[in-house]
Design a protein around this ligand. Structure first.
Ligand SMILES: C[S@@+](CC[C@H](N)C(=O)[O-])C[C@H]1O[C@@H](n2cnc3c(N)ncnc32)[C@H](O)[C@@H]1O
Length: 266
């Protein structure tokens, strides 16, 4: 973390000097305006990020701010992914394409000169990034809006504010974070099956809680959980504990063994 901040501060030196000699307008045209300076992720950390993101053969992986392409090239060569790296610096894009060629994965690790904020992440199974706290925070609404429940985000060094990671660990002194994009479940649901009742859910990212209205009584949900599209909770019915586990799909939930289902209620 500190490494990146140090580079940020250090990189101001030459830029300030250029401005001082009055070449600002020309340089501004030539230099892409980067939101994050280039600092590569060590290979051990790259390997662990892709393991944590559970990148599988044929999955679509995007590295936002791809630098020399090492994360996208590794996901294509070691995990069999189709990967896209985007970077605003044309020098980095050239390096990344050369590295993909060297690793024999030019067909599966593609690099585009593109702003990460304008990149379509809606079809990605996994997104990786090594950016900055402010950039992660700016990306957060886009991640939650555009990515499908169950897709994974892995970040080197920086968190996503009050979105608690599903996993966090240290690799050779670097912190790596994993989030699983949660389905949107907040609101009222009508449950049908062997028992009929309504459930009202509150949600903060992947943390959920709520109450069931059953037999004229309000019963708190116990052990409520949400991981991607997988939801679970327990309630007592007539003094007996029941666990409900299902898969959320838009405005419907299907019980795991089809023994119950739910639809959004008004
Ligand atoms: C810290 S480096 C990470 C490089 C690579 N992902 C890695 O971990 O080795 C951040 C990269 O983001 C790129 N970058 C900065 N702002 C960007 C933007 N708005 N859109 C796309 N790339 C950007 C920089 O050029 C740099 O290569």
């Amino acid at each position: 973390m500190q490494g990146l901040f140090r580079v940020c501060a250090a990189s101001l030196g030459p830029i300030a000097a250029i401005m001082a000699v009055g070449a600002t307008a020309v340089i501004a045209q030539q230099q892409p305006r980067l939101d994050v300076p280039y600092v590569p992720t060590p290979q051990e950390v790259v390997d662990r990020m892709l393991q944590l993101g559970k990148v599988r053969t044929g999955e679509y992986h995007i590295d936002l701010g791809s630098g020399d392409g090492r994360i996208a090239v590794t996901s294509a060569s070691k995990h069999g992914a189709r990967s896209l790296g985007v970077d605003l610096n044309p020098v980095r894009i050239e390096e990344a394409r050369a590295n993909a060629k060297k690793a024999n994965v030019s067909d599966r690790a593609i690099f585009e000169l593109k702003n990460l904020f304008e990149t379509d992440i809606g079809k990605a199974d996994v997104v990786t990034m090594y950016l900055l706290p402010s950039v992660n925070l700016e990306l957060r609404p886009k991640v939650l809006r555009d990515m499908w429940p169950g897709t994974r985000i892995v970040s080197h060094a920086f968190d996503m504010g009050d979105w608690t990671p599903d996993h966090r660990e240290s690799v050779i002194g670097r912190t790596v974070y994993l989030w699983i994009v949660p389905a949107r479940v907040e609101g009222r649901w009508a449950i049908e099956g062997s028992h009929q009742f309504t459930v009202t859910l509150q949600q903060k990212y992947q943390e959920i809680s709520g109450t069931a209205e059953i037999g004229g009584k309000s019963v708190p949900l116990r052990d409520a959980s949400l991981s991607g599209a997988e939801i679970g909770f327990a309630i007592d019915i007539d003094g007996m504990p029941y666990r409900f586990q299902g898969i959320v799909s838009g405005d419907r939930i299907e019980g795991r063994r089809n023994e119950w289902r739910a639809a959004r209620a008004k």
